[in-house]
Ligand binder design. Structure first.
Ligand code: COD
Ligand code: ATP
Length: 285
């Protein structure tokens, strides 16, 4: 008879699990305005929930490798930044191979990749601010091998002077630390369930973010509709209240009409859920 061999997960494997779980939790959360969720494809004709799940799972090896690089190199510096850039670009390639060329998680690889590395660098330091600060210090380093492509984000940053995914990380994820996480905790204090608390956290992120996905697709009109509409849901009592749900439905309709999908806010919700899990774990993750 063969003895049963139990495999204890390494730190890198545990962090990769948490990152993938955060992506799957974000995708499954419903009803998210104009985003892919359990109800449908939102404002996207090339995305669906199964693709978001497959994409999230395809990223597990990249997140594990990022954590391993952080553990091996052991400090914030150019060698780690450039290792993360290389692994991130390879992760993007496996995402694109899985989705047959569709961008499902580009911004999420960036935000979660930095946070996974930040967690792996000092696994005992689980405070959200300390974690975000380490991620920001990594994001501030210039990867000499990064392609200078004129991405959608770069185009709207130039046109509207917006702060995109790069700057959000370099500033230590203010939308998450100052909006998403506090709202998540505030809404959890009410007995309305975890899904409503997560929806409220997403809305809180949307109230301020310069989401370059929205700007690219719907300009400043779309961005204003997103920010003001999200604030209106929270002011009406949040997603667990009847008045808030009506406002949320209106926001969904309005963003769909504008083809304005808040993909950046969705990525940052995944980052928020990841940080929340790291912060609340004691002992192994
Ligand atoms: C910095 C990144 C996100 C590129 O950003 P850029 O704005 O130029 O590109 P793009 O239009 O493709 O947008 C990226 C995505 O970020 C998300 N996003 C949009 N707005 C925001 C925002 N304000 N804040 C955070 N995320 C946002 C969206 O999902 C969007 O699709 C990143 O993809 C990158 O540089 N990758 C290279 C590989 C790398 O260095 N990886 C490191 C892994 S840790
Ligand atoms: N649940 C979700 N639904 C839709 N997008 C999401 C979701 N979660 C995260 N995103 C993010 O949104 C981005 C996709 O947005 P979008 O399709 O607008 O980007 P794009 O490929 O730059 O632009 P376009 O589709 O307009 O050519 C992905 O990078 C992804 O990280």
């Amino acid at each position: 008879m063969h003895a049963l061999k139990l495999h204890t997960l390494t730190l890198a494997e545990q962090l990769a699990d948490l990152a993938v779980e955060a992506l799957i939790d974000e995708a499954d959360l419903s009803p998210k305005p104009a985003l892919v969720d359990r109800r449908g494809n939102g404002a996207h004709n090339d995305l669906h929930l199964g693709l978001m799940h497959a994409s999230a799972l395809s990223l597990w090896p990249a997140f594990k490798e990022m954590a391993e690089a952080a553990i091996a190199l052991g400090e914030i510096g150019l060698p780690l930044r450039e290792a993360l850039g290389r692994i991130g670009r390879e992760g993007e390639q496996s995402m694109l191979a899985t989705t047959q060329g569709v961008n499902t998680h580009r911004g999420a690889i960036w935000a979660l990749g930095l946070l996974v590395a930040a967690a792996a660098l000092a696994p005992e330091s689980r405070n959200a601010n300390a974690l975000a600060l380490r991620a920001a210090r990594l994001a501030l380093l210039n990867d000499r091998h990064a392609p200078q492509a004129l991405s959608h984000g770069a185009q709207v940053a130039r046109r509207y002077g917006a702060r995109g995914a790069r700057e959000e990380a370099q500033l230590g994820f203010p939308s998450v630390l100052q909006r998403g996480l506090p709202q998540l905790k505030k809404s959890r204090a009410h007995p309305h369930g975890e899904q409503n608390a997560r929806l409220d956290a997403l809305l809180a992120i949307m109230t301020r973010l310069a989401d370059t996905c929205v700007l690219y697709r719907a300009g400043t009109e779309g961005l204003q509709a997103m920010q003001q509409g999200a604030q209106a849901v929270l002011d009406a009592g949040g997603s667990a209240s009847l008045a808030g749900r009506r406002r949320l439905n209106e926001l969904d309709q309005q963003l769909l009409a504008l083809n304005a999908s808040p993909g950046g806010a969705a990525d940052l919700l995944a980052a928020c859920l990841f940080i929340d899990r790291i912060e609340s774990c004691d002992g192994a993750f």
